[in-house]
Design a binder for this molecule. Structure first.
Ligand SMILES: [Zn+2]
Length: 237
């Protein structure tokens, strides 16, 4: 862990988290409903998607500080792990996006296409740039195969157990697979397995606490992302 880079990542994560707040606010609606465009406090229209607070009454959109702290933690860990490596930008991009996606999934159990789909060309471009700078095309090929493999695995699970995993989970698995595959097949397998283990542990805990029943559907995005983050941080040790 490179502490200087970790500190820089945490500092950068605070404003990035504020930037995510508007998107999380706008997209935290049940599937099929239009994006939220008005302030919950004063009903004034929230004009800018990236605005962190209402321009009329000044109230923050969403829980002030939560996204900032989560993004600071994730970017601190990722920059501490990758430091000045060219692929760091790609990992930081998915890390910040993952914070927004996890927040929306926990709020309304959905991983919206407006965030996941445009992330594919961005992430592939960032990884391709890292491959060019690092003169290593093999990592890029493995990343692309990893994205296809993890998305395919989730598609298979969704077909086998309908209702448990949604289309958003499959797309997010593709994004996570790109970054996990870049680091190698063992990392990809570890990330996938850790996601399911985290989900099982938390589900058992919630069952024991009678917070959910056996038939409850719990959001899977945060576990998928958490497992991927743990595997990425542990890779190369
Ligand atoms: Zn307002």
């Amino acid at each position: 862990m490179n502490l200087l880079w970790a500190a820089g990542g945490a500092m950068a994560g605070l404003p990035v988290g504020t930037g995510l707040r508007g998107a999380v606010f706008a997209l935290s609606v049940p599937g099929g409903e239009p994006d939220r465009t008005t302030c919950p406090s004063c009903a004034a229209p929230v004009r800018h998607w990236l605005a962190g607070r209402c321009g009329h009454c000044g109230n923050g959109l969403g829980t002030v500080g939560a996204l900032e702290l989560a993004t600071a933690a994730v970017l601190g860990l990722l920059l501490g792990r990758f430091g000045p490596q060219p692929a760091m930008v790609a990992f930081a991009f998915l890390g910040a996006l993952g914070v927004a996606l996890a927040a929306i999934d926990m709020a309304v159990q959905r991983l919206p296409d407006p965030l996941t789909l445009p992330a594919f060309p961005v992430l592939v471009t960032l990884l391709a740039a890292a491959a060019v700078i690092g003169h290593d095309g093999g990592e890029l090929v493995r990343a692309l195969l990893g994205g296809v493999a993890l998305a395919g695995g989730y598609l298979l699970l969704a077909l086998l157990r309908p209702g448990q995993l949604g289309g958003g989970d499959i797309k997010l698995a593709g994004l996570a697979g790109l970054t996990l595959g870049w680091l190698g097949w063992p990392t990809l397998l570890a990330g996938a397995a850790l996601g399911f283990m985290l989900s099982a542990v938390v589900s058992l805990g919630l069952l024991a606490a009678r917070r959910i029943t056996l038939r409850s559907a719990i959001c899977f995005g945060p576990f998928l992302l958490g497992g991927a983050l743990l595997a990425v941080l542990a890779s190369g040790w």
